[in-house]
Ligand binder design. Structure first.
Ligand SMILES: [Zn+2]
Length: 203
């Protein structure tokens, strides 16, 4: 089943995550996971510049190490960054200490306390330890499912529009795997959000 929005009853059981920002403000938060990669991230930066939108990039530490120039360009153009672990670590299969060490290594490299767990999953002791150290653990309100090879851009765009609401944190991927959907959907979605009167916030 393809889910674009996690139901409230599920969120109730996972209160430690930031799912959505202030529902009283007409502001949305555009985010990108899994970069930076030289084939895709610069194209995203150009789209964002064209429409004068700022976003938050949840980066994989090892990609930052491999592509420091792309990382620097994201910063230079005024976007925010969070971490997405050092090597896209799946928290459910990882011990608490090694997971937290992997996350902290990446966050310290990027100078941020924002973290988004790969696959949106982690164990609660991992979360507790990170929160005790002042981390904000961010998931999303709208998942674009742009990485899916089964979904077409038109279907993704319709669903992203349908689920966007005040305070939505929206996730796309600046990755090779997602570019076939993300690159055509992103400009159309931005135009529509602007027509609807949404402002773009930074995490
Ligand atoms: Zn990811």
């Amino acid at each position: 089943m393809i889910l674009f929005q996690i139901p409230d009853w599920v969120r109730f059981f996972f209160k430690g995550f930031t799912w959505r920002k202030d529902p009283s403000q007409k502001v949305i938060y555009l985010t990108f996971d899994d970069g930076p990669v030289p084939e895709v991230t610069p194209l995203v930066l150009d789209i964002l510049d064209k429409y004068e939108v700022k976003a938050t990039f949840f980066m994989v530490g090892d990609n930052v190490r491999k592509h420091p120039d792309v990382y620097q360009e994201v910063i230079r153009r005024g976007h925010h960054v969070g971490s997405h672990s050092y090597n896209h670590l799946q928290g459910l299969h990882c011990g608490v200490r090694s997971y937290v060490a992997n996350v902290k290594k990446t966050n310290e490299m990027l100078g941020t306390k924002l973290f988004r767990p790969p696959h949106g999953r982690m164990r609660s002791p991992q979360m507790s330890l990170l929160k005790r150290e002042g981390y904000e653990v961010v998931l999303w309100d709208v998942l674009a499912n742009d990485w899916s090879k089964w979904l077409k851009p038109g279907f993704i765009l319709r669903n992203v529009k349908r689920h966007t609401r005040n305070g939505s944190i929206i996730v796309f991927h600046d990755s090779i795997k997602a570019q076939h959907n993300m690159l055509p959907v992103l400009p159309e979605a931005i135009k529509w959000w602007k027509e609807q009167g949404y402002q773009f916030g930074l995490l």
